[in-house]
Structure formats: structure tokens, C-alpha cells
Design a protein around this ligand. Structure first.
Ligand SMILES: [Zn+2]
Length: 288
């Protein structure tokens, strides 16, 4: 029997949310909600962080998934270049939270980047791969790493295609802030960006995996809001409108939060966005 917890909005605490009615067509009947207060899109019912990490390790990664394909190497290269131009990676200590097979760390350690790398990764199989590449790592979640005695401090934390897949997005970002040295940076990249032109049919975006393995769908505003709430100041953002990726580099900061100025999205605009995407997808199949 799975224990599910019902979550309020992660980014403003509101318990009021509207279901996105079209989502059920694509998720196998699982609901997806938009916060009525700040417009954040999230899955309300979630299992424990460990159960979600285990789903990723056992069911969704492993034999079925590899990062060593051109599309993934391309997006990792994009993040490496953006990060290097923003903070200069040479000699910097970098922790990849959700390091997968270690391919991003290998990329920024070797060649011209010259970073000092470390990976946190729940999959023991991926841990073995990193060991084989000589990459120091922790097999577990960000939560178990932060509870361990051996935790280090880093110049850069990387959260790539991972923040949308954890149970507690602010918890993950706050742990990233805690593990950084003063003035350190986090880079967050996600393909789950919304409020942009549709780049694919909706069923490629929403799937029938356990819904809490993909609990968050970020817009530029909601990702900025999450970073600001976690002790970061966003410094660099890519041109996400016509790119597959939304990528923000933010600096650990202690600038005071001004709640009324936090970015948010109009919940009705978000509902309309999914309604239009659904319509577009149906038209695509009608014409195909
Ligand atoms: Zn909210």
C-alpha cells in the first residue's frame, strides 16, 4: 500500500488549486493542478522522497535509459558552456545533484573545463559507473547526503533535469544553497518548461509514469520564484522561448525577500495554455 501525502502549493503555500482538465487524457487519469494563487503547476499527491527516487533508479532509469545519446550530450554541452561563460569552471568544485551516469561531470572535469567534480545519485548502478570513471560520489538522495558526516562545500551545484522529478523542489534547492560556499552558484535546467510555444504534442510532455516522478512543471517565473525562496538570486537565464531548455544560473545570496515582488503566473493563463496545447495536439492527430 502506497502512502501518499497531499501537498499544498510548494511555492506559496496555498491549498487552493484548479485541476488542469486536459491533463488526465495523457496521464492515465492522474490529476495535475495549477495553484490558484501563484500559478505553479504541480502534482498534489506524492509518495516519500525515497519512494520517488527508487522509482527513478529501478523503473525509469537502468536498462531503459542512457544519457549517452546525441540529444542529451547536446543539452549537457549547452549547460556546460553557459555555466563556464557565467562562472568559469576551471578549478571550481561542482556537485551534480542527480548525477545519473556521471556524463555531465566527466564532460566538465575533462577537456578544457577542468572542474573538480562530485556526484549525488540514488542509483547504485550509476554509482558504479561513476566509480569506474574515477568520479567521487554519494549513492543516495540529497537528503541522505546532507545527513552524512562526509558532506563537502562546493562552488557550484548543478540540478539538471532533476528538480521537476523530486518530491520537494524547495527542499532540494535549499540543500543546494546549504552545500555551497558563500557566493556559490546553482544551475538549474529543465525541459519541463511551460508558457512557451508548443514544441511537441502534449502526450510527449505528459506521460503515464507514476505522477509524482514528475511533480513540477516550471515556467520561467515559477523557477525564478523557487530560487528566490531558497536563498538564491537569479543572475543568468537562457533564451528559453525557442530553446528546448529553460536554464537559470543563480547566486547564493542573503538579499532580503520582498514577498509582493516574487514572480508568479496567472493561473487562468496557465489553464488556457494547457487547453490550447490539448487542442493543438488533437488537430495534429486529425491532420496526420
Ligand atoms: Zn502557489
Amino acid at each position: 500500500m502506497t502512502n501518499l501525502t497531499v501537498f499544498s502549493c510548494d511555492l506559496c503555500g496555498s491549498a487552493e488549486a484548479s485541476e488542469i482538465p486536459e491533463a488526465r487524457h495523457y496521464t492515465g487519469g492522474h490529476p495535475l493542478h495549477v495553484c490558484r494563487s501563484c500559478g505553479f503547476v504541480f502534482v498534489r499527491q506524492r509518495r516519500s522522497a525515497e519512494a520517488i527516487a527508487a522509482s527513478w533508479s529501478n523503473d525509469l532509469f537502468g536498462a531503459k535509459y542512457t544519457a549517452r545519446i546525441p540529444a542529451v550530450v547536446a543539452r549537457q554541452t549547452f549547460v556546460a558552456e553557459m555555466l563556464d561563460q557565467a562562472v568559469s569552471l576551471a578549478g571550481k568544485s561542482v556537485c551534480d545533484i542527480g548525477a545519473g551516469e556521471g556524463s555531465f561531470l566527466e564532460m566538465i572535469r575533462d577537456g578544457r573545463y577542468g572542474a573538480d567534480v562530485f556526484g549525488i545519485e540514488p542509483s547504485p548502478g550509476n554509482g558504479k559507473l561513476m566509480a569506474g570513471m574515477g568520479i567521487p560520489h554519494h549513492v543516495g538522495t540529497i537528503e541522505t547526503y546532507m545527513a552524512s558526516d562526509s558532506k563537502r562545500r562546493f562552488d557550484v551545484a548543478a540540478i539538471m533535469w532533476t528538480l521537476e522529478n523530486c518530491q520537494d523542489c524547495l527542499g532540494m534547492l535549499r540543500s543546494a544553497a546549504e552545500m555551497l560556499k558563500p557566493g556559490g552558484h546553482v544551475v538549474v535546467s529543465t525541459g519541463s518548461r511551460i508558457l512557451v510555444p508548443f514544441k511537441k504534442p502534449l502526450h510527449y510532455y505528459l506521460g503515464t509514469n507514476e505522477p509524482d516522478t514528475h511533480a513540477f512543471r516550471f515556467s520561467a517565473n515559477s523557477l525564478k520564484r523557487a530560487l528566490l525562496l531558497s536563498g538564491f538570486t537569479p543572475r543568468h537565464i537562457n533564451r528559453f522561448i525557442d530553446h528546448d531548455v529553460l536554464c537559470i544560473i543563480a547566486e547564493k545570496s542573503h538579499e532580503p525577500l520582498i514577498p509582493d515582488t516574487l514572480p508568479s503566473d496567472d493561473p487562468d493563463a496557465v489553464l488556457d495554455f494547457f487547453a490550447r496545447w490539448h487542442h493543438e495536439t488533437q488537430e495534429f492527430f486529425r491532420l496526420a
